[in-house]
Write a protein that binds this ligand. Structure first.
Ligand code: SF4
Length: 338
């Protein structure tokens, strides 16, 4: 579906019609226009003809059913991935993609190896949530509670569409997910961080840092040559001053690359005097180039940071058996080709 097409069909209708339609798609989670009984038969017929509600997706579930991944085929045949993680309690997080492939090219990332094809439309971003919202509705127990823009692509290189999608995710008449439950992760696109600090949003910001020095970061994230650590930290400091919101720095733990004592000490230097900052250590889900740090190394790394007063969290591993790291399925067997 294309939201522009939908707008076009509704252009002569009163404004509340569009709200009814959005509510039917993103709140009632209808799978067929026939279910949208608040709309006239005439509108339903037009929508049925031009705005398909079908989602072409292949589902992969982990054995414990706590992780599910969907490989969605878009209208032009390109593939994107989205992951659902069911946590203890009632928290259900969906990790969504913002681009087909990614131009940033981080060496530890399967999507980065794939190259970049195009930005996702607003609906293509939302379709990923829609898929899992329907999946959970059919299972009958839980709802999506959290959304992270941490799948394929760099959301700040598709800023306008990502922002429009966030507004619909947050809209009480649509997905109705609180802005504090939505997180956007960037590799450090300065223009995006600056724009984001001007938005009147309570959405969380996280930064993919992954190294304490420019020399090391440039080796594993080539974009660092364009947006270096000093510039990123300064843009984030401004963001924090403006919004008073906490920022999460992501740090994927790569064996013998960025998990040394020197690296931990480098992080302490960067963050010791920075308030409202958290570090999130991520256990690496191997995609070929690197190996994950051992549990013992991660533990010691975390202890050193905490001993020096840093606030550190650790992300649990999800779904290795279903290739849950972003880009692993879409790039498998050359499934995305230009
Ligand atoms: S880690 Fe994120 S920014 Fe880096 S290549 Fe992968 S998708 Fe792009």
């Amino acid at each position: 579906m294309d939201l522009a097409e939908l707008e076009d069909i509704l252009k002569d209708e009163k404004s509340f019609r569009k709200k009814q339609v959005m509510h039917a798609i993103f709140h009632e989670l209808i799978g067929d226009w026939g279910e949208a009984t608040a709309l006239s038969k005439d509108i339903r017929e037009k929508l049925k003809a031009k705005c398909s509600l079908d989602i072409n997706a292949e589902l992969f579930e982990s054995a414990d059913k706590n992780t599910a991944k969907a490989l969605i085929t878009l209208k032009d045949g390109k593939k994107i991935e989205t992951v659902l993680m069911l946590h203890t309690g009632n928290r259900s997080t969906v990790c969504i993609s913002s681009q087909v492939g990614c131009p940033v090219g981080c060496l530890f990332c399967a999507t980065g190896k794939m190259g970049f094809y195009r930005n996702l439309t607003v609906y293509e971003i939302l379709e990923q949530l829609l898929f899992f919202a329907r999946y959970l509705k059919n299972k009958g127990d839980r709802k999506i509670t959290n959304v992270v823009f941490m799948g394929m692509g760099e959301p700040f290189l598709n800023y306008d569409n990502a922002l429009s999608a966030i507004k619909i995710i947050n809209d009480g008449q649509c997905f109705n997910i609180g802005s504090r439950k939505i997180s956007v992760s960037t590799s450090g696109i300065i223009e995006g961080i600056k724009r984001f600090s001007e938005e009147d949003l309570q959405v969380n910001l996280s930064i993919s840092l992954h190294a304490p020095s420019n020399a090391l970061r440039s080796q594993i994230m080539p974009i660092n040559k364009q947006y270096g650590i000093g510039e990123i930290l300064s843009a984030v400091d401004d963001y924090i001053n403006k919004t008073s919101r906490k920022v999460m720095y992501e740090y994927v733990m790569l064996k013998d690359i960025n998990d040394t004592v020197e690296c931990a000490e480098g992080l302490v230097k960067l963050f010791k005097k920075r308030p409202l900052v958290m570090l999130n250590l991520i256990i690496y889900n191997p995609t070929g180039n690197f190996e994950p740090s051992s549990r013992e190394t991660v533990k010691q790394f975390k202890e050193l940071l905490e001993k020096n007063g840093l606030f550190v969290t650790q992300r649990y591993e999800f779904g290795q058996a279903i290739n849950a790291a972003c880009g692993q399925l879409a790039s498998r067997d050359g499934k995305n080709s230009a």
